[in-house]
Ligand binder design. Sequence first.
Ligand SMILES: Cc1ncc(COP(=O)(O)O)c(C=O)c1O
Length: 372
Amino acid sequence: MKGKPVIPPVHLTATYKFECSDDLIDVVQHHSGYIYSRWHNPSVVTVEKALAQMEGYDKALGFGSGMAAITTALMAHIQSGSRVVATPEIYGATFEFLNDVLPQYNVETVFVNCWKTEQLLAEIDRGLAVLYLETPTNPLLRVADVKPLARAAHQKGAVVMLDSTFASPVNQHPIDLDVDIVLHSATKYIGGHHDITAGFACCNQPHYDRLWTYRKILGGIMDPMTAFLALRGIQTLDLRIQRHNENAMRIATFLSQHPKIESVNYPGLPSHPDHNIARRQLTGFGGMLSFEVSADFDRTKLFMDRLAVIKLATSLGGVTSLANQPITNTHVALSPENRAKAGISESLVRLSVGVEDVDSLIQDLEQALGGV
Ligand SMILES: Cc1ncc(COP(=O)(O)O)c(C=O)c1O
């Protein structure tokens, strides 16, 4: 038949057939083809190649969720007695894994705030197996200065991991910051449409084999349909991120001038404490921001309930704008003391700015604030 599909097919197969035993043996021994979809799947390999190219690493590995990518990468690089240095401003489940799960396997994590570079360097100097960072952070959009930390960790022989979900592969290039393994929740910007749960780890060859083996053993590989949707997301990622960046900048500026807004956290604003690092480290300031309403918890809740175009929902990074109050969901597990330490007040709102017409979003915020 003449003519071939423009769009790659979805390979919904768990297993693969061979013409002869020698071929099967060759694939098992040398990974020269496919044998079982927990190992490799052509749809997953296609999206992995696309993401690796975008991030500038040799390889990418697809996972069934961001957490599958994160936990597999960590498991592959620690052993009993290992020490991890991390920042507490990381995704809640990642914090739980480091703080609650890994100590049961004799792996200790030291947490230092991401803006305390000197203190982080001192902890790195004490020795570590893994430096684990996430930047920009949730929900205050702090930006850690990655390069000096990564260099110090390498001098100690450690592996440097960075969760770059908030920036997406478009706004931040961890390979230029000396990061060994970059992690993404592809549920967010890479998927981009709130319809997949997925993750990626990108790295160069020395880390790839170990990560691949752990993914095979732990079983967290991405499924083929998700790989297809993630590939579709990647094709518009650059376009979408440009729009997220522009919309968020407009909204951050609008909110920072609004009398009913106490403060705005957006790295693109000169008032942000890490604005200078962000200008150096990011190529775009992103679609995420947070702000404090000049109101108590109940009146902030009223503001949330009045939003009409912006949806009240957790998650982020998709075409639709989503807002939530961190203390009611993402940070509900924190004690009031720890919340105060983390700078998360009861009037804080996190906004994932979508790609809608920005004027309709600003009007929505204006009318919702009018009722507070
Ligand atoms: C920064 C960050 N990393 C990791 C994750 C976990 O990703 P997933 O929900 O795809 O497992 C999330 C989820 O919200 C996140 O925001």
